[in-house]
Design a protein around this ligand. Structure first.
Ligand SMILES: [Zn+2]
Length: 257
């Protein structure tokens, strides 16, 4: 079922013309005022309250912003695989869908790079796996560029040869002060709401952050190579917590910006 306010890429349409679209979910009168009051409170209590699934709590800071939510990997590319065989592409998709929902409920125009287990290289692509991976990443970047997104949020899980490392961490391009600000806001919420990471937002050299013109951040939501974190990351409620923390971080970054 398509979620309100969330748009998926349609390759045959050559872009979505999002600037001309209106929100397709209903706003209640006074909801923006309510959001100004409620959003900081909800985010502050994020760990203790149920996210506002039913009510369209509008975060005025997010209204009309075009945000790409990118579920890392997909299709032929599983990403990292944990010791209990949980796969990165499934976890990134679940968290991305939840994040897209929260953002759209707050008035953002959300573009998702995928909503199923697929890559973006196209069904007819015939090349090596490496070429396919490159095409997939390039297609994600084009999607954001064509739609003149304000923000690109890419969701991944981390992995290491050692199982000991854990903790969500947000990365940004060293060349963007704005990306640093957004990444730090997201990281602050991850620290406060998850209570299991003390990592700091950090510069990173990623294809996505380097090739996009807009503010871009990568959220590594935890280490799939850590058995305890792998279990958490595959849990629906924990995925909800992570997505809500990221949402609060984005909303707060734009409140300040
Ligand atoms: Zn990844």
């Amino acid at each position: 079922m398509p979620l309100p306010g969330i748009y998926k890429k349609y390759q045959d349409r050559g872009g979505l013309g999002l600037r001309n679209r209106v929100f397709i979910f209903k706003r209640k009168p006074g909801s923006i005022v309510m959001a100004i009051i409620l959003l900081p409170l909800l985010c502050l209590w994020g760990i203790n309250v149920n996210p506002p699934h039913e009510e369209a709590i509008m975060a005025y800071s997010l209204a009309n912003r075009v945000i790409v939510v990118d579920a890392g990997h997909g299709g032929f590319d599983p990403g990292a695989i944990g010791p209990a065989k949980n796969v990165e592409k499934d976890i990134t998709l679940a968290i991305s869908n939840k994040l897209a929902y929260h953002l759209s409920q707050s008035g953002a125009l959300v573009i998702i790079t995928r909503d199923e287990d697929e890559d973006l290289a196209g069904d007819n692509f015939s090349g090596s796996l490496l070429q396919r991976k490159r095409k997939d990443l390039a297609a994600r970047v084009s999607l954001a560029q064509e739609n003149k997104a304000d923000l690109y949020v890419s969701i991944h899980t981390n992995a290491d040869v050692s199982p000991r490392w854990y903790g969500a961490q947000t990365f940004y391009s060293a060349s963007s002060e704005e990306a640093k600000r957004v990444a730090e806001a997201i990281q602050a919420e991850l620290i406060a709401q998850l209570g299991n990471t003390t990592r700091k937002a950090k510069t990173g050299n990623y294809y996505i952050t380097e090739k996009t013109d807009m503010t871009a951040v990568i959220v590594e939501v935890g280490f799939l190579s850590n058995p305890r974190e792998e279990k958490l990351l595959s849990d629906d409620q924990y995925q909800e917590k992570v997505s809500y923390a990221i949402f609060c971080g984005i909303a707060k970054a734009y409140l300040d910006g």
